[in-house]
Write a protein that binds this ligand. Sequence first.
Ligand SMILES: [Zn+2]
Length: 205
Amino acid sequence: MVSRRGAAPPGLRSEGRATRECGAVKGDGEVGGAPEASEDMVSVLALAREIAESVPDPELPMLTLADLGILREVSADGERVIVSLTPTYSGCPALAEMRRDLSRRLAAAGLDAEVRTVLSPAWSSDWITVAGRRKLAAAGIAPPLPAPPRGGPVPLALAPVRRDVTCPQCAAPDAEQTAAFGATACRALYRCAACGEPFEYVKEI
Ligand SMILES: [Zn+2]
């Protein structure tokens, strides 16, 4: 890798900080690697990302922030780590808890970090990863169907929303909604017409 001396923004340079313990500083004070962050900041950001990705959703504990697709960015502001999250469903009480949990874990790892909320672009259930969808199904919860397109008029229906939800137990396609809300507002209750099992469905949004 090509060394880019002096390319890091102020605060990220390692020159003159050779006493730091997590020393990426070489003998001559030169910093190699990424042009925008010193090597030790790069490893700090990697650690912060690893921590952030592993924080569980308190309402769907089989899913992490990474599975939910709400981890927007892990970046540096000087020597401070900034972790940016996008809320899932508006008014979802889980986000506040996930923020606190994340802040605690970052602090416990000795990181000077701040958790920020990014509202735009708005989260969509389409952002739940393939791995996240597999984990939901393995827990007996049907993952969300594709989200409706955005930008146009929003149809409002008084009748229950019709969805072709597949049973996570037997994979039969014809389940019937029994309640518009499950244990949390983001879930609906269904019952499989084939095997008779009730199950939850994470709503598309
Ligand atoms: Zn079934």
